[in-house]
Design a protein around this ligand. Structure first.
Ligand code: FAD
Length: 385
């Protein structure tokens, strides 16, 4: 920490949080808890809603879809101000950000939580995009129900985006086909060494059993090209598969924020405290960072780490803890969900767990210390009303 970072004045630390997703909201709620009287928070986000992205996988099956929460009350409730605008670039020297609305906004600490960019990897596949999940996949599921689809492959490109949705979509499609009495081969082709390998061996074995029960074939350690509609080339081995339809995960790219050091593919390079090197009090959390696993729960943990560092910067007596990812995954299937947990080290899970009972609370797709109970309470209030 440099001397310029240590604010010992009685003034509140001006914290600017860029983004309106999991990482941004978790940062706001964590800072409200840790340092409410020492920080003045502003949230810069272009959209007026927070969308609960993991539940979009249910939409093509006509199950209840993802909830949309207005951002304004969440942000205001945490004592922060919402600015409806988007970041364009950062000037770390002057400690200001520039926006699309041509505003110049100053900060004492900046949190970049603006997510990743979704980019289709294959021209000849339907690419999963949660902003239009139903629009993209509803027609396919209808065709499955009508028996028009001969076979489907669910494919992940070499750089995996979020791990769960590919498996969830495959399992739900298999369940729907079974319900309709349709026998349709389904294959998952991924670069992972085993199914959902990041969750460790025990969870991976559990998922493999689930896939076997659903008669889903898995091709692992596979690097895929799709040269034409219905044609998959699997490498190593130059194996050619012919399938009726292909559904692919996108590739994720970082937000390529101008003005700060970036790592490969535009992601923001952070240290174990979520800090961006060599540009003053700038932090980042979530899918925007260069941490290899893109997951809502991981984003929230990174945000908690950042919040502790900023609380310390604001003068709170706290020893910020570094990032030690623990991932929880709720895998949706056609019937009851399965729960996966792993402590991550070196990109692989260990002390892996798998079962029908959750090991975390509140039970939610996105396990987050502050955001999960907050949303649970909100949902409960609305149900009661
Ligand atoms: C289909 C699907 C299923 C998933 N399932 C799970 C799951 O089961 N469990 C799990 O933990 N995770 C899951 N994930 C992953 C999880 O949703 C992401 O990891 C998480 O949303 C990342 O949070 P984030 O805040 O970093 O980014 P995002 O959620 O992408 O939020 C980024 C925010 O930044 C804003 N923004 C973008 N550009 C700018 C800008 N220039 N200026 C200001 N703001 C900007 C956006 O509007 C948005 O509000 C899933 C994702 C998908 C798509």
């Amino acid at each position: 920490m440099t001397t310029e970072d240590t604010d010992t004045s009685s003034e509140k630390l001006r914290v600017l949080i860029v983004g309106g997703g999991v990482a941004a909201l978790e940062t706001v709620l964590a800072l409200q808890d840790l340092a409410a009287d020492r920080v003045e928070m502003r949230v810069l986000a272009p959209k007026s809603e927070f969308v609960y992205r993991p539940m979009t996988v249910r939409e093509p099956f006509a199950f209840a879809g993802a909830r949309h929460y207005p951002l304004a009350p969440i942000v205001a409730g945490a004592g922060a101000e919402l600015i409806g605008d988007a970041l364009v670039w950062v000037d770390p020297e002057r400690r200001v950000v520039h926006t699309t609305g041509e505003q110049e906004i100053g900060y004492d600490a900046l949190v970049l939580a603006l997510g990743a960019r979704i980019t289709p990897r294959y021209t000849h596949a339907l690419t999963i995009d949660d902003r239009k999940m139903d629009e993209t996949l509803h027609g396919l599921i209808q065709d499955v129900e009508l028996g028009y689809v001969e076979s489907i492959a669910f494919v992940a490109p070499g750089r995996m985006a979020w791990p769960l949705p590919l498996y969830e979509l495959a399992l739900m499609t298999a369940g729907r086909a079974y319900d309709m009495g349709i026998d349709m081969p389904i294959t998952i082709v991924t670069p992972e060494d085993s199914p959902l390998a990041i969750f460790g061996s025990q969870a991976s074995e559990g998922v493999a059993e689930l896939l076997a029960e659903a008669k889903i074939q898995e091709i692992n350690s596979a690097y895929v090209e799709i040269p034409a509609k219905g044609e998959i080339v699997v490498n190593p081995g130059d194996r050619h598969l012919h399938v009726g339809r292909i559904v692919a995960l996108p590739e994720l790219y970082g937000p390529s924020v101008r003005g700060i050091p970036l790592s490969e593919h535009g992601f923001i390079r952070v240290n174990r405290f979520g800090r961006v090197a060599d540009c003053g009090p700038i932090y980042a959390a979530g899918d925007a960072t260069d941490f290899a696993i893109k997951q809502g729960g991981v984003s929230a943990q990174q945000a908690d780490v950042v919040a502790e560092s900023i609380a310390a910067l604001a003068g709170v007596e706290i020893e910020p803890k570094p990032f030690h990812p623990l991932i929880h995954g709720m895998l949706l299937t056609y019937d009851e969900p399965r729960y996966l947990t792993a402590q991550i080290t070196g990109g692989q899970g260990f002390s892996s767990q798998f079962g029908t009972e959750p090991t975390w609370s509140p039970v939610s797709k996105i396990a987050a210390k502050y955001l999960a109970p907050y949303l649970e309470a909100l949902d409960r209030q609305e149900t009661a009303a």
